[in-house]
Design a protein around this ligand. Structure first.
Ligand code: ADP
Ligand code: ZN
Length: 749
């Protein structure tokens, strides 16, 4: 008996299968999907593989195949549950769709491995908490780092040294000094020995009776569920329309029939409140999966799902792989969120596509929920390809905020504030005086610069790609990050013929400073990637604001979604221009979604809200539609551009990304690769794929690696995947030939 296996880890870019002989004593247990240990290669290194197919032909020990002596399997690896037939089929589909090797796909279905309990250096208070409080509030300690550690221990209890250092930025020397003074003790603890169970005290969340819009949406979902065949539905409901309540009803319906449901939410909105709402409705038959779980918690949750003890999984992106044998309903809440697309993983999957692959296997239902759906999803709903339900009113009947655009071109008097227009400044002041809270939204930093005309508000775009061109001050040139076209930066704006450009921008920190300058003594909370890096830092900042401890919240996109701020009555988008002028084809869509979401933060409770969008480019349809909260109008505009310029949903767009520390080497690699790709197109007489020149990526350098890409487009996904698949082999050959160290990946949308 022999088996063909795939290795879990391989160091080549393309797929190979290996044949092994099965020793008689384990033959009975060997089936497709079983994990096995094998010795691999010249040096017999120990590897893990998965049996993919079995050949029952009797094979003597030492038999040969293709001139090689077959090695015996070492044994069955029992750390992992065997893959089911469905999971194996899904691996095949994933491999095809995302151009990964099978081993990469398998990882997503494997049980988390529980490492044997390890010893962890831990810090705890050596004095009573009363003494510690006194220490914290007095002047005994002079070193702020030491005071902070005492504070953390008071708040969180004993904490591993690694966590103090990594999550809270404490220094080793501060910890040692505190230990020397006898304030803290350092000891060895067994990891995960503490009580980690997730179940919490459950406050019942009674079912609400649905209003008429919800009832109609729910009826459509129910009829899909009873049909027993694969179906998709877009639930398009304005923020606060009660989509969550419809999800909960749908899940109840599934559970009543003994079925299973997976609900995906963006990581950031997977808050304790959200989880409590689910526990409150469904009790202990809920499992939660997200990145903040400890290893032990993740293992326990995974096992509860595998054993069939739970009916509902709620989790972030990767929860779409949760190991139910069958799933009746997938819900993807806020389906437009970019976090549903994996970017830095071996498999660059989109969670909704995995949900569809699984749902097709089981004949089950996928719901996409959003106030501002992806253009692609709405297009499919409009064309009748998927079902559609709409909810236009807020469930509690409070109105959407009143939104206004402020024309920054008229803001010529910068003496009051360089950042806020007089109108927004006055509104902020009023709110501050009244003790109501305000939110200010600032585009995330790190995006490259563009030329924005201070007179007409236009930016310079590539004529061919409609992509904002990036300004490079070093050589005073503009570059398109799709097709690579470049031009010398003009002195005078070509749109209005008179205006001048400004490349200045500002981040969250600058806005926070400005608030403090204008309103001395005000309290601000700032949320961006700098202030939220520690574990739970995000949660803490949010609750600080919700508890009313601050007047202003300044933040990047992370504040747009997922939280109810009852006392917020004013929202300001500080600079909409920087939002609409990003450098991908979906920038307008993302900008619209963000502005609509941020504006929706105002007036969630009884007090009405208002929103102000500051912009130079006031005629831009994205900004206008966002201010009017008019999704359909935005869609009608955007879809025309997508069609004219051959972008999704009309065309698929693919990126061959490559990077190197050697800029020149990366470029030359790109040129050679493009030549190879073109030859493949010619040889196979493929004429429907458009292939662009190598171009720098919008973020052109990360950690010393220069990032380049080749963009290609086609109507047929099949043809694109075929080309990319052929290219993979060539890429690995070309990499070996190139002197520079090159990293590559392919992403097809
Ligand atoms: P969405 O998910 O669409 O943003 P939610 O489901 O969070 O909206 O609902 C918004 C608010 O309206 C919540 O406070 C919720 O409790 C309330 N709500 C939803 N549906 C109903 C209903 N049928 N009757 C009364 N209140 C409702
Ligand atoms: Zn271009």
């Amino acid at each position: 008996m022999t088996v063909d296996i795939f290795l879990l880890e391989s160091n080549i870019d393309f797929e190979l299968m290996y044949t092994y002989r099965v020793p008689d004593d384990i033959a009975e247990e060997i089936n497709p999907g079983v994990f096995v240990d094998v010795s691999f290669g010249k040096y017999n290194s120990k590897r893990i593989g998965v049996v993919w197919s079995v050949d029952h032909l009797p094979t003597p020990s030492g038999a040969k195949k293709n001139g090689y002596t077959l090695k015996d399997i070492i044994g069955i690896n029992r750390d992992y549950f065997p893959l089911t037939a469905t999971q194996m089929r899904l691996c095949e589909k994933i491999k095809k769709r995302y151009l990964c090797v099978t081993g990469d796909a398998i990882h997503y279905f494997m049980s988390p491995k529980l490492k044997s309990a390890k010893i962890v250096r831990t810090v705890g208070l050596a004095v009573s908490s009363e003494e510690a409080y006194e220490l914290f509030n007095s002047n005994i300690l002079r070193n702020i780092g030491q005071i902070k550690i005492i504070g953390i221990l008071l708040e969180n209890g004993d904490t591993p040294v690694t966590s103090l250092v990594r999550d809270y930025g404490a220094s080793d020397s501060s910890i040692r000094t505190l230990c020397k003074y006898g304030y803290v003790k350092i000891y060895d603890a067994e990891a995960d020995s503490s009580d980690n169970s997730l179940s919490c005290e459950i406050a019942r969340f009674p079912e609400l009776s649905l209003n008429s819009e919800q009832e109609i949406a729910f009826a459509k979902i129910r009829s899909l569920l009873v049909s027993g065949t694969f179906g998709e539905l877009l639930l398009h409901g304005v923020t606060g329309s009660g989509k969550t309540e419809v999800y909960l009803h749908s899940i109840s319906e599934v559970i009543k029939k003994g079925g299973r449901a997976i609900m995906l939410v963006p990581e950031i909105s997977l808050t304790p409140q959200m989880v409590k709402r689910f526990y409150g409705r469904f009790g202990n038959c809920v499992a939660v999966l997200h990145s903040r779980l400890t290893e032990k918690q993740r293992y326990d949750e995974w096992m509860r799902i595998k054993r069939g003890e739970v009916y509902v999984v709620i989790g972030a992106r990767s929860a779409v792989f949760a190991p139910f044998d069958k799933v009746d309903l997938f819900i993807i809440d806020e389906e437009q969120e970019p976090s549903y697309k994996a970017e830095d993983e071996a498999v660059r999957y989109r969670a909704s596509e995995i949900a569809v692959m699984r749902a097709e296997e089981y004949g089950s239902v996928v719901i996409y929920g959003s106030a501002t759906p992806r253009i692609e999803t709405f297009y499919r709903a409009k064309s009748g390809e998927i079902e559609y339900a709409v909810m236009k009113n807020r469930a509690k009947n409070n109105s959407l905020p009143d939104t206004r655009i402020i024309d920054m071109r008229e803001n010529t008097d910068k003496t009051v504030s360089e950042i806020f227009s007089p109108v927004l400044k006055d509104e902020l002041e009023k709110n501050y005086m009244r003790g109501e809270q305000s939110v200010l939204f600032v585009q995330r930093r790190g995006f490259s610069k563009q030329l924005l005309c201070r007179d007409c508000g236009k930016v310079i775009r590539c004529r061919k790609c409609n992509i904002t061109m990036t300004y490079h001050s070093k050589n005073n040139r503009l570059i398109c990050h799709y097709c690579g076209n470049t031009a010398v930066a003009p002195e005078i704006c070509p749109s209005c013929g008179t205006g001048h450009f400004d490349t200045k921008g500002f981040g969250t920190e600058r806005v926070e400073q400005e608030l403090k300058r204008l309103f001395p003594g005000c309290h601000t909370v700032r949320m961006d990637t700098d202030t939220t890096s520690g574990r739970d830092a995000h949660e803490k900042l949010i609750s600080e604001f919700v508890d009313g401890k601050a007047d202003f919240l300044v933040g990047t996109q992370m504040i747009a979604k997922g939280h109810d701020f009852p006392n917020v009555t004013l929202v300001g988008v500080v600079s909409a221009d920087s939002l609409i002028n990003m450098q991908e084809f979906g920038s307008s869509e993302r900008a619209f979604q963000l502005m609509a979401q941020v504006a929706g933060r105002a007036g969630r409770a009884e007090k009405p809200g208002r929103a102000y969008i500051q912009a130079y480019n006031v005629d831009d349809y994205t900004i206008q539609c966002a201010a009017e909260q008019d999704y359909e109008k935005f869609y009608e505009n955007e879809i025309l551009i997508r069609e004219a310029l051959c972008y999704p949903p009309f065309y698929h767009i693919g990126f061959i990304n490559f990077s190197s520390q050697d800029d020149r080497g990366a470029y030359e690699f790109g040129v050679a690769l493009q030549k190879i790709a073109e030859d493949i197109l010619t040889e196979n007489s493929i004429d429907d794929i458009e292939l662009l020149k190598p171009a720098r990526r919008p973020i052109q350098k990360v950690n010393g690696w220069y990032r380049w890409r080749i963009v290609f487009k086609c109507k047929s996904l099949e043809n694109m995947l075929n080309l990319a698949d052929k290219l993979r082999y060539n890429i690995s050959v070309l990499k070996k030939k190139t002197k520079a160290d090159i990293r590559t990946n392919i992403d097809i949308l």
